[in-house]
Design a protein around this ligand. Structure first.
Ligand SMILES: NC(=O)c1ccc[n+]([C@@H]2O[C@H](COP(=O)([O-])OP(=O)(O)OC[C@H]3O[C@@H](n4cnc5c(N)ncnc54)[C@H](O)[C@@H]3O)[C@@H](O)[C@H]2O)c1
Length: 260
C-alpha cells in the first residue's frame, strides 16, 4: 500500500483521527499538507511526521470558509507540485448532549453543517480539478456511524454526516470519469477528546465500549483504513461508505445506552 511520490491533504490534522491519518499517509510515502484551524496542533503533527523522516507542511485553514479550502489545495500544489489524495477529516461534534432539533440554536446548527458538510464540499470542489490534472487519485470523506445509526439527540451532527455519506456516493460517477475514486469512512466511537463530550461519565463510556464487538477504537486503526483507501489496493472501491466501526452498526446496542 505504498503512496511513494503522492501528495495528500488531511484537514483537521492537528488532533485525533486527522493526526493519525496524516502520520500514516506520510509513513506510506506521501507528502502531506496538515491543514487545521489549530496552529499548534498542526505544528505538532508536522513535527511528529518529520521526526519519523516523513514530509509534511502545516497550513492554517478554516474549512467552513470556501477561500480557505482553496488555499489548502493551492498550498499542496505550490509546495509539492500536484495533488493525489484528499482526506476530508475536519469535523466538530455537538458541544454537549442537547442536540434535539427544537433545542438547537440555529446558529449552532449552521456552524456544525458549515464545518462538517460544507467544508467537505468546499475541499472536494477545489481539489477535484487538481487531482484530475495529476491523472486521478482518491478522496476519502469522514462520515460516522451516526450517518447510518444516529444516537438520537445529536440531530445536527447526524444530519451533517448523513450529508457527507450521500455527497460521497453522488460524486462517484462524475469523479470516476476523471480517474478519481470517492469513498467515505464511518468509524464507530474512538477514544478521542471529542467523545468525552458525548459520554460524560465512565458508566456511559463503558456502555459505548460494550456496543462495539471488540471495544472502543483507536485513531491508528482508522488511519490504516484511510491509507488503504488512498492506495491502489482499494482500486475496486468507489462510492463506498465503509463501516469501520468494530461492529457498532452490526448488532443491537446494550440497554445501558437507551436514552443515555
Ligand atoms: N472520534 C470519534 O469517535 C469519531 C467517530 C466518527 C467520526 N468522527 C469524525 O472524525 C473526524 C475527526 O474527529 P476526532 O475525534 O479526531 O476529533 P478531534 O476534535 O480530536 O479533531 C478534530 C480536528 O479538526 C479541527 N477542526 C475543527 N474545526 C475546524 C475547522 N473549521 N477547520 C479546520 N479544522 C477544524 C480541530 O482543530 C481538530 O484538530 C471528525 O470529522 C469526526 O466527526 C469521529
Amino acid at each position: 500500500m505504498t503512496l511513494e511520490g503522492k501528495v495528500a491533504i488531511v484537514t483537521g490534522a492537528g488532533s485525533g483521527l486527522g493526526r493519525a491519518s496524516a502520520r500514516a499517509l506520510a509513513a506510506a510515502g506521501a507528502s502531506v499538507v496538515v491543514a487545521d484551524i489549530d496552529d499548534p496542533g498542526a505544528a505538532e503533527t508536522v513535527d511528529q511526521i518529520r521526526a519519523a523522516d516523513g514530509t509534511a507542511i502545516s497550513h492554517h485553514a478554516d474549512v467552513a470558509v470556501a477561500s480557505d479550502c482553496e488555499s489548502i489545495v493551492r498550498a499542496a500544489v505550490d509546495e509539492f507540485g500536484s495533488l493525489n489524495v484528499l482526506h476530508n477529516n475536519a469535523g466538530v461534534a455537538w458541544p454537549g448532549r442537547d442536540g434535539f432539533a427544537p433545542d438547537i440554536d440555529p446558529a449552532e446548527w449552521d456552524r456544525v453543517i458549515s464545518i462538517n458538510l460544507n467544508g467537505t464540499f468546499y475541499c472536494c470542489h477545489f481539489a477535484v480539478p487538481e487531482i484530475a490534472k495529476a491523472g486521478g487519485g482518491s478522496i476519502i470523506n469522514t462520515a460516522s456511524s451516526m450517518a447510518h445509526l444516529p444516537l438520537g439527540g445529536l440531530d445536527g451532527y447526524a444530519a451533517s454526516k448523513g450529508g457527507v455519506a450521500l455527497l460521497t456516493k453522488s460524486m462517484t460517477p462524475s469523479a470516476g470519469r476523471l480517474g478519481i475514486r470517492v469513498n467515505a469512512i464511518s468509524p464507530g466511537y474512538v477514544d478521542t477528546p471529542m467523545n468525552g463530550l458525548i459520554w460524560g461519565n465512565d458508566d456511559v463510556k463503558h456502555a459505548f465500549d460494550l456496543g462495539h464487538a471488540t471495544g472502543l477504537q483507536d485513531p491508528d486503526e482508522i488511519a490504516d483504513v484511510v491509507v488503504f483507501l488512498a492506495s491502489d489496493a482499494s482500486r475496486s472501491l468507489t462510492g463506498a461508505v465503509l463501516n469501520c466501526d468494530r461492529g457498532w452498526t452490526a448488532f443491537k446496542q446494550p440497554d445501558l445506552l437507551r436514552g443515555f
